[in-house]
Design a protein around this ligand. Sequence first.
Ligand SMILES: CCCCCCCCC/C=C/C(=O)SCCNC(=O)CCNC(=O)[C@H](O)C(C)(C)COP(=O)(O)OP(=O)(O)OC[C@H]1O[C@@H](n2cnc3c(N)ncnc32)[C@H](O)[C@@H]1OP(=O)(O)O
Ligand SMILES: Cc1cc2nc3c(=O)[nH]c(=O)nc-3n(C[C@H](O)[C@H](O)[C@H](O)COP(=O)(O)OP(=O)(O)OC[C@H]3O[C@@H](n4cnc5c(N)ncnc54)[C@H](O)[C@@H]3O)c2cc1C
Length: 615
Amino acid sequence: MGGRVNEDLIKERRKCTFDIKELTHIIDCGEENTIKRKQIDNYILNIKELWDDVPEEYLSHKERYENAIKKAFIVLKVLRQLHTGNIQITDHRTPTNVYSIQDGIFRNVNPLLIHIGLFWSTIAAQASTEQQAEWLQPDSSMIGTYVQTELGHGSFIRGIETTATYDSTTDEFILHTPRLSAYKWWPGGLGNTANACLVMAQLYINGTCHGLHIFLAQIRDFDTHKPLPGIKVGEIGPKMGFNTADNGFLGFDNHRIPRTNMLMKNVQVLRDGTYVKPKHDKLTYGSMLLTRVTLISDLAYQLSKAATIAVRYSAVRRQSPIKSNEPERQILDFVSQQHKLFITIASSHVYRVVGLWMWNSHKRVTADIHEGNMGQLPELHALACCLKAISSRDASALVEQCRLACGGHGYMMASNLPQIYAYTTAAVTYEGEYTVLLLQTARYLVKFWRLAAEHKPLPQNFAYFEDYIKKNFEQWRNSPEGIIEGFKAIVAGKTKAAYDTLQCNLRNGREFEEAWNMASVQLTNASEYSTISRNDIEALQSRYEELLALIRPNAVGLVDAFDIRDEVLCSTLGAYDGRVYERMMEEASKSPLNEDVVNESFHKYIRPVTMKNKL
Ligand SMILES: CCCCCCCCC/C=C/C(=O)SCCNC(=O)CCNC(=O)[C@H](O)C(C)(C)COP(=O)(O)OP(=O)(O)OC[C@H]1O[C@@H](n2cnc3c(N)ncnc32)[C@H](O)[C@@H]1OP(=O)(O)O
Ligand SMILES: Cc1cc2nc3c(=O)[nH]c(=O)nc-3n(C[C@H](O)[C@H](O)[C@H](O)COP(=O)(O)OP(=O)(O)OC[C@H]3O[C@@H](n4cnc5c(N)ncnc54)[C@H](O)[C@@H]3O)c2cc1C
């Protein structure tokens, strides 16, 4: 769509006092990544069949899926070329390398997301070398998904009911869904797309349950795509978002797979049924840990999209004068609007940096585990839990805040803010629900508070617990160091409060599990404070409004630096040229309800009523 850039945006860009390109390179982790990202963007943007302009809101549930699947396999082919071709994607998966361009193509979500993001990565992390050689062929016929959650169990995975029973007479596992609540429910791509899956099931050998293990199972014929005998599979229906994710259900009726289909890098079942234990019984949970780590960067990227849309719109939208005798102001001039939006820009940078740090921490700990050293795994798990929980809760709240800050036009699907919210808020639930993960981190905090309370040696990361007990904290100074000290005091104080409540419940004769449950609100609070969040940033900064005023002249420059193309933003409000009203009117014209001057329903339903007594 041609046309002049909005005058207010031109002025905003002139006001910018820093080098936007330099910040873009920092966000991309280096200029060479920016170049590669733009190469990928241009390469994919030139594939015309990926960029239809029929808004998916006007498609049926079935058409949406079919349209998404068509694009998904074009993108899969491109990703394979990128990995094998001359454009190598850097080894840290920050969203600006790969995911950003996909957002523009799918707007909702890629039906192959779990195939690309969880199926292959789980095989690579948990299958033996021989199994990887067989299953990770580039031309493999397998399109997979990760099948763990059941109708009856999502958070408490030790309660998962699907069984995998070893039959030594045939050297096979029998996968079985004993009852309705054991039906697998939710896995992405499962409904119509996947022909194979990684199943989390309770392993039984000679009547003994060895707990959850992962098994590869083909579920559809590679040639006809028909479900195999003993397989009941389908799609679970419309959701708040993710409506092209093809989430499905799956039931096994005594479905047999070879023994060698159990993922056996860390654990083995031998031909005679001998069970060889893993070095750590939570290695099987590794895919959840990796996805939680990856999500932090993805959420940072979702925040950058919402901030770009809302800040550019707020620079263009003029509403209400500040002085009655003056023209209406850019809503970005209202301090309350700055308060709503600038925290989103800041949070995107915070979670991008934290996401990268966690990604590199995960790589380091994984290498240690490969050498047999599990020492860092508990801390990585505890960090991944609270960071995934808080970043998803913050991201969904801030995306919603951006939508609300755009008034009625933010409520239009054409703004793309509703879709970004629907996508982001799902992350508070999937891959470990918010409260459940915070309680995991609370276990870790309480463990070290107990050591501090008993004056036992503490790892360096928890030295501040000892400082707190010895009242070593200085008076709060309004500086970065002072804020961090303040923060440590808050976490230590919240952990102490939760720990003391727990001890009090135990002294009152409660069993540990009951005492823990009764203290769980304080325990989740302690975990929340172990992670910097949007509420804390404001609370910790005095002279807050002065800081907002400092950011104001650079607000548009800061979101331009996220360098998200209009085709990816998919937003009437957030386009680079700021021609909001023209774009809104153009999108409205696509509504099928504008095809006829008089819709046929007038003659069928309205006229018979309105004209009844006048004929
Ligand atoms: C771009 C991208 C877009 C990506 C876009 C993605 C799209 C959507 C994809 C979504 C996919 C899914 O949702 S897949 C399904 C996701 N499901 C989940 O995440 C389920 C959440 N629930 C769980 O993870 C578990 O049930 C959990 C809550 C941890 C409890 O497990 P258990 O009961 O087995 O363990 P507990 O008894 O609580 O704890 C026992 C000990 O084990 C430790 N422990 C527990 N889990 C651990 C772990 N993973 N690693 C290490 N250690 C662990 C604890 O710290 C304890 O240590 P001590 O304290 O020392 O004893
Ligand atoms: C968009 C989307 C995509 C998904 N994709 C997949 C996928 O690809 N593969 C897959 O296997 N799964 C997938 N899931 C399922 C997801 O992992 C589960 O929904 C999630 O783990 C939560 O489990 P649940 O829904 O059974 O909720 P429950 O576990 O029933 O929890 C419901 C509520 O109960 C409370 N609660 C539960 N346990 C506790 C506790 N111990 N302490 C305190 N409160 C508690 C919490 O408030 C929680 O929100 C997906 C889900 C969504 C929404």
